[in-house]
Design a protein around this ligand. Structure first.
Ligand code: BGP
Length: 496
């Protein structure tokens, strides 16, 4: 029976939930990191703000209001990156009743409105008790993670049949252990290799627990478990043979390394070369590699924000050609450039939907013609003007329209696209922009003690798209303004 295409929104616990010291919860690495690195750039600067996530959008207290708002939007799915620490605040054994109860209540509430919860079990936020014991560098974490996922399938399995293990292992492992931009903030290639392997083994043990949970009837037989990855398809800067080869080399690292272990049960050559070239004293046992092969995941979550412009050349910074200095990668003759003729957000993220269909076809070619693919993140980060009665985020609507169009075209052209989930439901803490980088369909007033919510023009537009199942993406601004004015009529009573 062909399943309905899912129109959804996505969000993440440490960016939205707040209540970080409430309900029996203790600190995780993002709590520790944001406290230790607190930094607020000058007003209006598109710079990285590191701010407190203690309250964020206070979803922990406002989730019932938010579920009502999502019902008003007509949502079919809600992708939620869970918080391991809220459920396991002390160690790998103690289950926090208030923690698991919060997620049971949330999933119950979503189901009440016919919205399918789509949980992602791990989004970069290791519990501090685990980090102190080595975190993902310590292979024991695989058993600790097993306890966590077993608990989630036991108490939450009945609410949904679509699950993911990890969000963007690339961001967590590379920014957490190579560049140090994200917690735990290390620059250690050996740690990076160990962490990646333990993440993949944790995904494999999650698949083993997933199968057991199905056998126990905790999960429906059709339930699927996937990996969510942010592969930015490469665009060769020129059509030279060298630049095209550079794109393939790029794909080996940024696509194959973060998908092959989970979908093929093997590591790409580029990773084994990295270990050898850097004299990293880490080997993977035959048993582990066999275990990965025996526990491959079912499908792909794809975070598509932008393509990336790749060249083999080592260009000097020429402001007449590039909007930022070219950047070298650790791969020989693979460099990133930002050509001046392209379009970018205020945070210099390319705005370019031209690679989505080709990228989706490439994923199908590499991982199976019928492998289900769901866009899990796609969104437009901006400084929204919240000074007027109506928040008219037309640029965001244009961006979303262009990407939903390509997602549906990929589906029409034979890719098994099962859904589109935009980033993000409401304004939240951004890892690269703090509270000054807006992505939400719903605005949040971070100065208001009750974190007031207010719909933007994009809310009214996406509501229409869900109603017409993406058959009509075009819109008139005047119509959206009148729809939004209508939505705001009783907003303060029911949704503030
Ligand atoms: C992805 C993350 C999300 C989200 C998004 C936007 O990598 O999975 O959590 O933050 O990027 O990033 P940012 O807010 O830094 O622009």
């Amino acid at each position: 029976m062909k399943k309905e295409f899912i129109f959804s929104v996505s969000t993440n616990a440490f960016q939205i939930e707040g209540a970080r010291s409430l309900g029996g919860r203790t600190d995780s690495i993002w709590d520790e990191f944001t406290k230790r690195n607190f930094y607020i750039p000058a007003l209006g600067k598109a710079e990285r703000e590191i701010n407190s996530i203690e309250i964020a959008a206070d979803f922990y207290h406002k989730y019932k209001t938010d579920c009502r708002i999502m019902d008003k939007l007509g949502l079919k799915g809600f992708v939620y990156n869970m918080d391991w620490t809220r459920i396991f605040p002390k160690d790998e054994n103690y289950i926090n009743p208030e923690g698991i109860k919060f997620y049971i209540d949330l999933f119950e509430e979503l189901n009440k409105y016919g919205i399918k919860p789509i949980p992602i079990l791990f989004h970069w936020d290791t519990p501090l008790w685990a980090e102190i014991r080595g975190g993902f560098e310590n292979p024991e974490i695989i058993q600790w993670f097993k306890n966590y996922v077993e608990c989630c399938f036991k108490y939450l399995g009945k609410y949904t049949d679509i699950w993911f293990v990890n969000d963007e292992n690339s961001s967590f492992a590379q920014s957490g252990y190579i560049t140090g931009d994200f917690p735990p903030g290390k620059k250690d290639k050996t740690a990076f290799v160990k962490v990646l392997h333990n993440l993949n083994m944790s995904a494999a043990i999650t698949m083993e627990e997933f199968k057991k949970a199905k056998d126990k009837g905790l999960l429906s037989k059709e339930s699927i478990l996937g990996i969510d990855h942010d592969w930015s398809p490469p665009v060769p800067y020129t059509d030279s043979k060298e630049d095209i080869e550079a794109c393939e080399k790029y794909n080996e690292w940024w696509k194959d390394l973060y998908l092959d272990p989970n979908l093929k049960g093997e590591y790409p050559k580029v990773f084994l070369e990295f270990i050898k070239d850097n004299k990293i004293d880490v080997t993977f046992s035959k048993e582990d590699l066999q275990y990965l092969k025996n526990n491959k995941l079912d499908f792909i979550g794809w975070n598509y924000y932008r393509p990336i412009y790749v060249t083999a050349n080592d260009f000097e910074y020429d402001e007449t050609k590039f909007i930022s200095p070219p950047s070298k990668t650790h791969l020989k003759n693979v460099n990133f450039v930002q050509p001046i003729e392209k379009k970018y957000t205020k945070w210099k993220w390319p705005v370019d939907n031209t690679k989505l269909v080709e990228g989706a076809k490439r994923l199908s070619k590499d991982y199976g013609k019928n492998i289900p693919i769901m866009i899990i993140e796609n969104g437009f980060g901006d400084f929204d003007d919240k000074s007027k009665d109506l928040i008219l985020d037309w640029d965001r609507i244009e961006y979303l329209k262009d990407h939903i169009q390509e997602t549906l075209r990929a589906k029409e052209e034979g890719v098994n696209m099962i859904g589109y989930s935009l980033w993000t439901y409401c304004d939240i803490f951004s890892p690269s922009g703090g509270y000054r980088k807006d992505y939400g369909l719903v605005s949040v007033d971070f100065n208001s003690p009750i974190r007031e919510r207010k719909p933007k023009a994009s809310f009214a537009w996406y509501k229409k798209i869900i109603e017409n199942e993406g058959k009509e993406l075009e819109y008139s601004q005047s119509e959206i303004i009148s729809d939004l004015t209508g939505i705001l009529k009783d907003w303060d009573i029911f949704y503030k």
